[in-house]
Design a protein around this ligand. Structure first.
Ligand code: PHE
Length: 507
């Protein structure tokens, strides 16, 4: 009997009494697992082989599990941190133990609750005491995490409660896979005894085969259209990009035009033109990403009249009963360059007539561009985010116009329960923060900040009409609209590729 090469290899590797996994045959023969499975199905059709399938469950680490298997569990870090500070002798302030333990953000809560659950010591009204007898090396949870670093484990072999506890912590998960095994049938055994040879098969018709007439002699390989094939993930726009395009469509539909402008700008445009006092806490080194080289914008790039008017507003306010900050104002300080912490510098440049020339009301502008902040990373914060900046200039605007605009905007994304909270910005009065409820966690999350620009900001820019404005976070809208719970799954270095492959932003 003559058969194609892979089929012969599979028959040779299979036996009659002991089912052989397809994966093993693939390893032994150096063929792709899919090619072996394809050959096995063909042999099954010819009655030479029996193919059986079963599902196998493996316990594997999640991404977070891998991190803790490597770094150690947060509660262990807390125990070590507190022990090294002497918390086995006398109670220690919790804050003092957390710092040396290197715990950040959510890890602190994780550490505290597991520390208590495992009886590693006591936590009482802000102080911590550790049990020096606790032995981190005999913690079954971290043992299992370490074991899973090296091998997948059958969940049935491990203590059920231990698996459940680690599953609840999101550190392990059960992964199911299909195992295919093959065994020779009686017919297969007979065929092998009689001898099976490799038939010469041709996978592709060539001009030579046709012209020489050789095509009549050869056997053509058959296509098995049912064989497993590798999943090919085609390229597609990133889900956040799709969301941004969708937001653009909505805003353009509401009559807005798009603004563009520099990512790096002088503090003058980022802050001073917004009536932000030069000693405002958000202007310190910590919150902003300053440029070292060049460190300042050249003086000739700041319009001198505008500088004078902004300085006057900072010192004395505007109008006959104006109140300024009565504090020093320094042009050099205003010329410092930084990555913009918000995209309101673009609004300023447009309102001041520096982008599109002088603008007469009514006007509506927006941008969806990156802003940069030195935040602590967590499920809702990254070092950069896309801000949906927008403003409307008109003769008479009120809070109702502002709220109505948001209601109309968010409704397009199925978000109908936006909540407003009074807020303070140096440049708006009144000001409102916007909140929305996360569809999965039920938490209220901040989605934006808004208000009506103050005269102290508008007069120096030369704007006589009213202007209402806002900065909304595209990522937060994305989370509310898609149910994503951790922004780090969506962009940054830890993205969840499966989520991005499968998420469709369609409305
Ligand atoms: N700049 C504000 C922020 O980043 C958003 C905002 C813009 C608020 C315009 C009011 C007016 O939070």
């Amino acid at each position: 009997m003559k058969l194609p090469e892979t089929q012969v290899a599979v028959l040779e590797a299979a036996s009659a009494d002991d089912p052989t996994p397809v994966e093993r045959i693939a390893e032994e023969t150096g063929e792709q697992a899919q090619a072996v499975a394809g050959a096995a199905f063909e042999l099954e059709e010819q009655g030479l082989l029996a193919v059986t399938e079963r599902t196998e469950a493996d316990l594997v680490l999640t991404q977070e599990g891998e991190q803790y298997a490597f770094e150690g569990l947060p509660e262990h870090s807390l125990w070590v941190g507190a022990l090294s500070g002497g918390a086995d002798e006398e109670p220690m302030e919790l804050g003092k133990a957390i710092g040396p333990a290197g715990l950040q953000g959510e890890q602190v809560d994780i550490a505290l609750s597991n520390f208590a659950r495992k009886g590693m010591g006591t936590i009482d009204s802000g102080t911590i005491t550790v049990d020096p007898e606790f032995d981190p090396d005999s913690d079954s949870e971290s043992d299992l995490l370490k074991r899973l670093q090296d091998e997948a484990v059958d969940p049935d072999e491990v203590d059920e409660e231990l698996v459940a506890a680690l599953e609840r912590r999101g550190l392990v998960e059960v992964e199911e896979s299909t195992v295919r095994e093959v065994a020779l049938t009686d017919e297969g055994v007979t065929a092998m005894m009689e001898g099976v040879d490799v038939a010469e098969t041709v996978g592709q018709v060539t001009p030579e085969l046709l012209t020489s007439g050789e095509w009549e002699e050869v056997e053509f390989a058959e296509y098995n259209v049912q064989a497993d094939a590798e999943t090919v993930h085609g390229g597609k726009p990133h889900a956040l990009r799709e969301m941004s395009e969708r937001v653009k469509d909505v805003l353009v539909g509401m009559g807005f035009q798009e603004m563009q402008g520099p990512h790096v700008d002088a503090d003058f445009f980022i802050n001073d033109c917004l009536f932000m006092p030069q000693d405002h806490p958000a202007r310190n080194h910590w919150d902003r990403f300053a440029l070292e080289e060049p460190a300042q914008m050249d003086r000739e790039n700041l319009p001198p009249d505008l500088v004078d008017r902004v300085e006057a507003a900072h010192r004395d306010g505007v109008g006959p009963d104006g109140e300024g900050y009565h504090s020093p104002w320094d042009e050099d300080f205003a010329r410092a360059l930084a990555l913009r912490g918000h995209t309101t510098n673009l609004s300023v440049r447009h309102l001041a007539g520096l982008a599109e020339g002088d603008l007469e009301p009514p006007q509506r502008y927006f941008s969806i561009e990156k802003a940069y902040r030195n935040d602590t990373l967590d499920s809702t914060h990254l070092l950069e985010f896309f801000q949906i900046e927008g403003w409307v200039m008109a003769e008479d605007l009120s809070v109702r116009d502002l709220m109505g605009t948001f209601t109309e905007f968010y409704e397009q994304f199925g978000i109908t329960d936006v909540q407003f909270k009074p807020h303070y910005n140096p440049y708006t009065e009144p000001s409102f923060e916007l909140f929305g409820r996360h569809p999965e966690t039920g938490e209220l999350i901040e989605i934006g900040n808004s208000g009506i620009f103050r005269p102290e900001m508008l007069e120096p820019l030369g704007v006589e009409a009213d202007v209402m404005a806002w900065g909304l976070a595209l990522e937060r809208l994305f989370m509310l609209a898609t149910g994503a719970e951790d922004i780090r799954d969506v962009h940054g270095t830890l993205v969840d590729l499966d989520f991005l492959r499968n998420e469709e932003v369609v409305y």
